[in-house]
Design a binder for this molecule. Structure first.
Ligand SMILES: Cc1cc2nc3c(=O)[nH]c(=O)nc-3n(C[C@H](O)[C@H](O)[C@H](O)COP(=O)(O)O)c2cc1C
Length: 358
């Protein structure tokens, strides 16, 4: 069974979720796409790519301002490197809706050669219009895919996109066991109606009102039994994050991967984030010592943080901390992970994971 997203045919219905900062860049995404899944390049914090080689201005070793933080030049280079691995196979780009310069980064991703744009963290009501304006001559060459956590969110997005002459080419539904930012408030996260099983059924019912585009389920999917269970509930494909992060081909540092491999179940926490959503991360020193403190904003990376106001409230900067995490700096880094990360015992090759799940 293959997965069709717009005009793109993906051999296996297995998607590698976008993981920022720097966990899914060219090497991981290219390898997944070459193996017959769909690789997703993360577009956030690309300034950190290759020791900040593409950054025009650094302050204390960090990219200054939004153009340097979400660097166009670095994103283009990341796609080039992925293409060396996967050739013409479809590649997706994950772009969080909350980032400053969202529209510019969507355009950068299309220029870089993304076939599929995936957006979560907010309602990307403007994505269809941005892509339609950018791709006047290329019709539906660029597929567009929202990440949602309810049928209601899908309905709102589909209504907006319909006005721009488009509908989602696929839908990712992400449940509360996923890594990184969550789609529900902390107090609601573990209510039965927010489980992946419940929201999947809700989203499939809403999808049926709009068409037959595939629904891709994400969050806590680990082994073949999980895949079979979730497909039986109506998913057309699955998306995995944590398992692909823990591959030899994963773009994060060895230290980052080791921190995740060492995690026990009790180390996994739901934490506050300047993005405004709760997030799942490991209880590393940054989280253990968390308290409001003045944070100087250098990156202007996301709109809801409002130049460091949100960061000061929660006690850390999301760009700085994820940047430190991916470099494996245990003291200051933020280490996102899915709820099942404790099941990982060793690194694997992407091909082994695809072979196991396909
Ligand atoms: C380290 C890490 C970083 C992530 N960063 C992003 C991101 O930048 N954008 C996004 O949409 N999802 C992000 N996610 C979510 C993944 O794309 C994926 O949907 C999710 O992790 C699936 O759950 P699983 O990890 O249990 O497989 C991240 C997940 C992890 C583990």
């Amino acid at each position: 069974m293959s997965l069709k997203i717009g005009k793109y045919e993906i051999k296996y219905p297995i998607v590698q979720g976008g993981m920022g900062v720097g966990v899914s860049w060219g090497n991981l995404a290219g390898t997944v796409s070459a193996a017959g899944g769909l690789g997703t390049i993360s577009s956030v914090g690309t300034g950190y790519y290759d020791n900040c080689r593409f950054v025009k201005k650094l302050v204390e070793g960090r990219p200054l301002g939004v153009e340097n933080t979400h660097s166009r030049e670095a994103l283009i280079e990341i796609f080039k490197n992925a293409r060396k691995i996967c050739g013409d196979a479809p590649l997706a780009c994950n772009i969080l809706h909350v980032i400053t310069d969202y529209k510019r980064v969507v355009i950068d991703a299309i220029d870089a050669g993304a076939n599929i744009i995936v957006t979560g963290a907010g309602l990307p009501t403007d994505l269809a219009k941005i892509v339609a304006e950018k791709c006047k001559d290329m019709a539906n060459d660029v597929a567009i895919v929202p990440i949602v956590s309810s049928g209601k969110a899908l309905k709102v997005i589909s209504r907006f996109w319909q006005r721009a002459g488009r509908l989602p080419d696929a839908i990712i539904v992400e449940g509360p066991l996923s890594g990184g930012h969550q789609g529900a408030k902390e107090e609601d996260l573990f209510k039965p109606e927010h489980s992946l099983e419940s929201i999947l059924v809700d989203v499939v019912a809403e999808r049926d009102k709009w068409g037959t585009m595939p629904v891709i389920a994400a969050g806590g999917i680990w082994d073949k039994a999980d895949v079979d269970r979730i497909m039986a509930l109506g998913a057309d494909a699955v998306q995995l994050g944590t398992r692909f992060a823990l591959t030899y081909e994963g773009d994060a540092s060895d230290e980052f991967k080791q921190v995740l491999l060492d995690a026990n179940e009790e180390d996994i926490k739901i934490v506050k984030s300047p993005v405004g959503y709760p997030a799942r991360a490991l209880n590393t020193p940054l989280i253990k010592n968390l308290e409001p403190r003045k944070i100087l904003c250098r990156s202007n990376c996301i709109v809801p943080c409002n130049h460091g106001v949100g960061a000061t409230e929660v006690g850390y900067c999301i760009a700085d901390s994820l940047g430190d995490g991916v470099l494996g700096k245990l003291e200051n880094g933020l280490f996102f992970c899915g709820a099942n990360v404790y099941k990982a015992k060793k690194l694997q090759h992407v091909q082994e994971i695809i072979d196991e799940l396909k």
